[in-house]
Design a protein around this ligand. Structure first.
Ligand SMILES: NC(=O)c1ccc[n+]([C@@H]2O[C@H](COP(=O)([O-])OP(=O)(O)OC[C@H]3O[C@@H](n4cnc5c(N)ncnc54)[C@H](OP(=O)(O)O)[C@@H]3O)[C@@H](O)[C@H]2O)c1
Length: 236
């Protein structure tokens, strides 16, 4: 590993937007650690990127497993001595068709919060100390326009609530890390062709990953605590 090679962790990096983001970060010269809740899926994803000559490794990681997150952070510290970039990408959409705030069960809201909000919180709690040790960090929370209060609609209550809460995580953590070189931003990737987005979506995973990968590489004088789409700040 080159002395200054940055190390990035992408949760849910085995498919969809996470995979495309891992590819773009590795193409930019980073060592990319793909977190995958099924080890074999992560291995297959990493191998396909390694075959392109990219520096990618896979690690088993469920973002709802706090113990597992701590073990991986310790491994990263021991093995690489640094973590420069955290992409909180892993996400679920547990709402059923027709779910509304009035009819949804609280279980699906809890489920969404566990993965989409508490997962990133646990990752930040565990990974920020590694970033602080090196005085550098870029955290990208993969959110959604569906969590945007400014443009809030009805339906999909579990998913919407979890992404609005994730945006709050971005704001709180950015405030708490103000004055450090650790930047925290939210991003809406747009509507993307993945298992979650479906085949009708207008964007390819590579197009959706563009702003995620860009935020992972913003310079020291770039803003923190903003919500972005297409490399442009958008309202909360
Ligand atoms: N696609 C869109 O149009 C769109 C729009 C706005 C925002 N987003 C956001 O973009 C992110 C990626 O979505 P995607 O479209 O790429 O979805 P996807 O194709 O369904 O992929 C979701 C990824 O998250 C992983 N994941 C789910 N729960 C996990 C857990 N507990 N631990 C670790 N990994 C977990 C999945 O792992 P498995 O393979 O093991 O299931 C998979 O790798 C999500 O946060 C999503 O909310 C997507």
């Amino acid at each position: 590993m080159a002395a200054e090679q940055r190390v990035a962790l992408v949760t849910g990096g085995n498919r969809g937007l996470g995979f495309a983001t891992a590819q773009q970060l590795a193409q930019a010269g980073m060592k990319v650690l793909i977190g995958s809740r099924e080890a074999e899926n992560g291995e297959a994803a990493a191998q396909s990127l390694q075959q392109q000559g990219l520096d990618v490794l896979a690690y088993q990681l469920s973002v709802t497993d706090r113990g597992g997150i701590k073990v991986l952070a310790q491994l990263i510290e021991t093995k690489f001595g640094r973590l420069d970039v955290l992409i909180n990408n892993a996400g679920i959409y547990p709402d059923s068709d027709g779910d509304t705030l009035l009819t949804t069960n609280l279980g699906s809201i809890r489920e969404a919060l566990e993965t989409n909000t508490y997962g990133p919180i646990s990752l930040c709690q565990t990974c920020v100390p590694l970033m602080q040790a090196n005085g550098y960090g870029r955290i990208v929370n993969v959110s959604s326009g569906m969590g945007q209060l400014n443009d809030m609609g009805g339906g999909s209550p579990a998913y919407r609530l979890s992404k609005t809460a994730l945006n709050s995580v971005t704001r709180i953590l950015a405030a708490e890390l103000e004055g450090t070189n650790i930047k925290v931003n939210s991003v809406c990737p747009g509507w993307v062709q993945t298992d979650m987005g479906g085949s009708e979506a207008p964007r390819t995973p590579a197009e959706g990953a563009d702003t995620i990968a860009w935020l992972a590489q913003i310079p020291d004088d770039a803003p923190s605590g903003l919500f972005w789409r297409d490399r442009t700040p958008i309202p909360w």
